[in-house]
Write a protein that binds this ligand. Structure first.
Ligand code: ATP
Length: 230
């Protein structure tokens, strides 16, 4: 196990292929300081999601090494690694139960007050209060009563409750109404504060607010810098 971490992330010559003889990532090197905000940009299929899949160890790397606070992620338990990470992919997992239960997911001992506080901070509270039964509204696996943006807000609240050092987010690409969009933007700001983050960014505001942008092409980081620099 690794102790509570600050959240630096290092890739050292990382290479990866899903299928033999078809390398997707090639020689990826970077060092991200604890608290840094990284936006990953690049065309579809360039390898952005693959990079975040490796940080969260959804796949084992095949070449090179990844370190979190100097710990080789292949040499720590998956549970201890994931404890330090908030992972928000595009299709937020919603299970059948109340909104309250869905936010509590991952932190079973969270109180109602803590859940409502987290939802308020990430700007999920307003839409929840407009639902028929507020936090007690029942939703199901398919999240049929929630829009993509609302599900992402739920995932923000979940992540905030867990207080991870590192946040990984695949920003939703689906069209999101203006109001939810604004909530997401504000919620994200709050969520990223003081944490290391890797966001596959689709919105301009997210890209502009990043400390560094990694521009990915054909499995390589071809440029890295601030929005002004690139
Ligand atoms: P997008 O913006 O469309 O999400 P991306 O930059 O995130 O694209 P990746 O999802 O990392 O790109 O995919 C990089 C390449 O790896 C693509 O060519 C894709 O087809 C391939 N790929 C992704 N996942 C798998 C998989 N599970 N098995 C085989 N190939 C895959």
């Amino acid at each position: 196990p690794i102790p509570t971490i600050a959240g630096s992330v290092t890739f050292s010559n990382v290479g990866f292929a899903y299928e033999e003889n078809n390398p997707i990532l090639k020689g990826i090197n970077f060092h991200v300081e604890a608290g840094e905000r990284i936006a990953l940009v690049g065309s579809t299929g360039s390898g952005k999601t693959t990079i975040i899949n490796l940080i969260s160890r959804f796949y084992d790397i095949q070449e090179g090494d990844i370190f979190v606070d100097g710990h080789d992620i292949q040499k720590v338990t998956l549970a201890s690694l994931r404890q330090q990470m908030g992972i928000m992919m595009q299709d937020t997992f919603i299970f059948s139960g109340t909104i309250m239960d869905n936010i509590r997911y991952g932190k079973r001992d969270a109180t109602e007050e803590e859940i409502i506080q987290a939802a308020k901070e990430v700007k999920a509270h307003d839409f929840i209060m407009k639902m028929q039964d507020g936090y007690q509204t029942e939703v199901n696996e398919r999240g049929s009563r929630l829009s993509v943006g609302q599900r992402q807000l739920i995932s923000f609240a979940r992540a905030l409750l867990a207080k991870p050092a590192i946040l990984i987010l695949d920003e939703a690409t689906s069209s999101i109404d203006t109001k939810t969009e604004m909530a997401l933007q504000e919620g994200l700001e709050r969520l990223l504060e003081g944490r290391t983050s890797f966001v596959v960014a689709h919105r301009l505001a997210t890209i502009k607010n990043a400390d560094r942008i990694f521009y990915i092409r054909d499995g390589r980081i071809i440029e890295a810098g601030t929005h002004e620099e690139l």
